[in-house]
Ligand binder design. Structure first.
Ligand code: ZN
Length: 81
């Protein structure tokens, strides 16, 4: 389940929309991506990239290529070394 509080707020402000496109930069490789976010019963669905919860910024983006090689949430890095 993917739950991101910052996204909940965005959808609360745009309750007439069934999907929201979020333009961002991939946290890992820096490429520009647009992630289409759709609410689902389990949390959120993503297309074009993935959004991950971030303590500092609410959420951050990762492109699909980077997500495939590194699906972990960044703040968990510290505990896995
Ligand atoms: Zn990337």
């Amino acid at each position: 389940m993917i739950y991101i509080e910052a996204l909940e707020k965005i959808f609360a402000d745009n309750s007439d929309k069934s999907a929201i496109a979020i333009k961002s930069k991939c946290e890992d490789c820096g490429c520009e991506i647009t992630v289409d976010v759709t609410p689902t019963p389990e949390g959120f669905g993503f297309q074009g990239g993935v959004l991950l919860e971030s303590v500092a910024n609410g959420f951050l983006a990762r492109c699909l290529d980077c997500y495939k090689t590194n699906p972990k949430i960044p703040y968990s890095y510290e505990s896995t070394s």
